[in-house]
Design a protein around this ligand. Structure first.
Ligand SMILES: [Zn+2]
Ligand SMILES: [Zn+2]
Length: 344
């Protein structure tokens, strides 16, 4: 079978490897769609494990099952989580699933024709897709679950002012989810095209990140934001977040600047204003279920975020579009060689 092996963002090779055979408790999935995530292109995060087969936004169909598997059968349409928590350790029992210390298996990546799902992920990380969720839509389950988790951690609720800094795919999902919660949504980005999308997807207003965002926020909203969600890694974006949070408010690092950058926190200023700083990393099983519900009920529509679809052989092109981040929002790869990209 064909797989895409990632060495770095510019060196991704299509290689032939033997098609795996599921063991007793394993299942084999034929990949139908797999999205390129913003985290797939973060080299400092991925390089220590390279070369690797990336891709964790997976929708596919079960083609073969081990003899002890009874929950799934060939033909089942599924979403598969890239790794699963144990559900028993100290961290899992307090809801901190992403930091579970017992994670045993990691799914081989979805930029391949097939993926072998290990025992633990068959049991705790495989979800049947409702009929209303297409394979393309299923590639949003994992990213939406991460967004759901971040907004849960921040305690976002109706009527709050939420500022989203950075309107790539995740930022736009934050816009949609915040809007669904009846929040006042303000979005910023340096790319005017991204602001057009943020407007279209429900922002109350948008601000060019090159302008004086805190001043415009104050002038147009009457006060600063209850929650600021950082979906951009530039230090200037972090600076902006510091200046845009209201008293008693919360800043969520959904994206981080990277290990080589030093972030200065105006701690004394925040102390007298009771500002909270949070990080949000990945998602847990409850967030995945919530994401499936949100899509299944039509509360969150994702189709309008899909800008490109390529066959696996074009993966270098797909990565380039995501790295450039100019014209693409969501790029989906599929082993189906006959696929054509949607026209914008
Ligand atoms: Zn992801
Ligand atoms: Zn655990």
């Amino acid at each position: 079978m064909k797989v895409a092996k990632w060495y770095n963002n510019k060196d991704i090779r299509i290689e032939d490897v033997p098609k795996p055979k599921p063991g007793r408790c394993e299942i084999l999935i034929k990949i139908i769609a797999c999205g390129i995530c913003g985290s797939d292109i973060v080299e400092w995060y991925r390089l220590p494990r390279a070369p690797l087969i990336p891709g964790h936004e997976i929708g596919g169909v079960v083609v073969e099952t081990g003899e002890s598997v009874s929950d799934y059968k060939p033909g089942d349409r599924v979403f598969v989580a890239p790794k699963v928590p144990c559900m028993n350790c100290y961290y899992c029992t307090k809801g901190s699933h992403p930091v579970c210390s017992e994670v045993a298996d990691r799914l081989p990546g979805g930029f391949a024709e097939y993926v072998l799902v290990p025992d633990s992920i068959v049991t705790h990380g495989t979800y049947l897709l409702p009929g209303s969720i297409s394979y393309d839509q299923s590639t949003f389950i994992e990213p939406l679950a991460c967004v759901v988790r971040a907004q849960k951690l921040a305690g976002i609720r109706e009527g709050q002012t939420v500022l989203i800094i950075g309107c790539g795919m995740s930022g736009l999902l934050h816009v949609k989810l915040g809007k669904a919660k009846n929040c006042k949504i303000i979005a910023t980005d340096i790319n005017p095209q991204k602001l057009v999308y943020a407007d279209r997807f429900g922002s109350d207003f948008t601000v060019d990140a090159g302008e004086n965002v805190p001043e415009i926020l104050l002038a147009r909203n009457g006060r600063k934001a209850d929650v600021v969600i950082l979906c951009a890694s530039a230090l200037s974006a972090v600076e902006q977040a510091w200046k845009c949070v209201d008293k008693g408010g919360t800043i969520v690092f959904f994206t981080v600047p990277g290990p080589e950058k030093k972030v200065e926190i105006p701690l004394n200023y925040f102390w007298t204003r009771e500002v909270k700083i949070l990080t949000s990393y990945y998602c847990g099983p409850p967030d995945i279920l919530d994401a499936i519900d949100l899509m299944n009920s039509g509360t969150i529509i994702v189709d309008d975020l899909i800008t490109h679809k390529f066959p696996l052989s074009d993966i270098v092109r797909g990565y380039r579009l995501v790295v450039e981040g100019r014209e693409s929002i969501k790029v989906i790869m599929t082993p189906d060689a006959s696929v054509v990209s949607p026209t914008l």
